[in-house]
Design a protein around this ligand. Structure first.
Ligand code: ZN
Length: 380
């Protein structure tokens, strides 16, 4: 079980609020003492009836001051936080005027710093002909052959993907193997440089012609194979023929499980049927893309391809409406978009009560955040 961090935050809020009120009470007490001292001075003079009137006046002033103090204290009490007040709601009516916006923000929000380059990094970047990949100086990649589990195959030793992609692929392939005892799943295509994609494109043009190539192969720069998050699946079938054959992955028979369950592991079928007009490519049964579990679940739930998803999530912001999704296993996530501020660095707000989070660029104009809220979390 995860521990909810918001409870400690809640306690610190209340402690701080109490401290503020008791500080004010102390200053009120000091004022009272000062006036008492004045009364004593007046009394010690005792110069006839005038002093009697003056004493009466001072007593009246004191009484009215006391009344004011009582009023002040009761006013302050109204704003002391109670157990019933929901901590999450950043609303003046609930928090009371005792907290400055900066204090309230500190209780609710933590910040992670990103750079301008990060707009073009991360598992939710949209890469297509309109938004080509921005190649970094160094790219984080791991060997599929050396990092994979025994539940699937790598077609050769020179396949590389982002380590996050391989970790998720290991989990999905392990689950597929546990379900089917079928070891035929294979990664047949992975990371490609600009030059390698050019070569791949030219080879297809020569062997399969222009119609096939423009329908199924992305031009260099626009390919997801540059990112380390996009890859091709195949099946290495040893059961139908003595000569083992490699087929492009197709969701038939038990392989349908992959299409049905990939979102739970953070994958989407990147070029699904009937989305040609959005993606620019025809239905590719074999090309999968890692985007992260929360994003894959939303894309599956709302039937969105990445082109549509980056527009969809732009409507949800940290300060505005946020998007909540509950996975079938009870895991809950909050998702929102943070527009790029145009500066060299930028602070991305993350709700403190998130147990973990991911921040990814969208390769266009900002960052998409997914925060993990734990199991069976109620929407605010
Ligand atoms: Zn591909």
């Amino acid at each position: 079980m995860h521990q909810e961090p918001r409870f400690s935050a809640k306690n610190s809020t209340k402690t701080s609020a109490k401290r503020t009120v008791s500080q004010r009470r102390n200053s009120v007490r000091n004022t009272k003492l000062r006036y008492t001292r004045n009364v004593n001075q007046w009394n010690s003079r005792k110069t006839g009836t005038m002093s009697g009137i003056a004493v009466a006046l001072v007593i009246m002033i004191l009484v009215s001051m006391l009344l004011l103090i009582v009023q002040n204290v009761s006013f302050e009490k109204k704003n002391i936080f109670s157990e019933d007040i929901p901590f999450e709601n950043p609303n003046d009516d609930l928090y009371g005027p005792d907290l400055t916006p900066a204090q309230r923000d500190a209780y609710l929000t933590q910040y992670v710093t990103v750079t301008a380059d990060d707009v073009h990094r991360g598992p939710t970047i949209l890469v297509n002909t309109e938004y080509p990949y921005v190649f970094p100086e160094e790219q984080l990649l791991s060997s599929v052959f050396l990092s994979k589990t025994d539940s699937y195959k790598a077609q050769n030793g020179s396949l590389y993907l982002h380590p996050e992609t391989i970790t998720a692929l290991n989990d999905m392939a392990d689950a597929f193997y546990a379900k089917t005892q079928n070891p035929s799943l294979m990664v047949s295509g992975a990371y490609r440089t600009y030059e390698q994609q050019q070569e791949h494109y030219d080879t297809n043009l020569k062997r399969r012609g222009e119609k096939y190539t423009t329908s199924f192969v992305q031009i260099p720069g626009a390919s997801e194979h540059h990112t380390g998050y996009g890859f091709d699946l195949a099946t290495y079938d040893t059961r139908e023929s003595l000569d083992a054959l490699i087929y492009p992955f197709s969701p038939v028979g038990e392989y349908y499980w992959v299409t049905q369950n990939c979102a739970q592991y953070g994958f989407v079928l990147r070029y699904p049927p009937n989305k040609d007009s959005k993606t620019g490519l025809s239905y590719k049964t074999w090309h999968y893309r890692y985007v992260g579990v929360a994003h894959a679940l939303v894309m599956e739930f709302a039937d969105l391809v990445l082109e549509e998803y980056v527009d969809f999530i732009r409507e949800y912001t940290y300060d505005g409406k946020r998007y909540y999704i509950n996975a079938a296993n009870g895991d809950a996530y909050v998702l929102y978009f943070v527009p790029y501020n145009g500066e060299e660095t930028q602070k991305i707000p993350i709700p403190r009560r998130c147990l973990s989070y991911t921040v990814s660029g969208n390769n266009i104009d900002g960052f998409i955040v997914a925060g993990y809220l734990g199991e069976d979390h109620e929407e605010e």
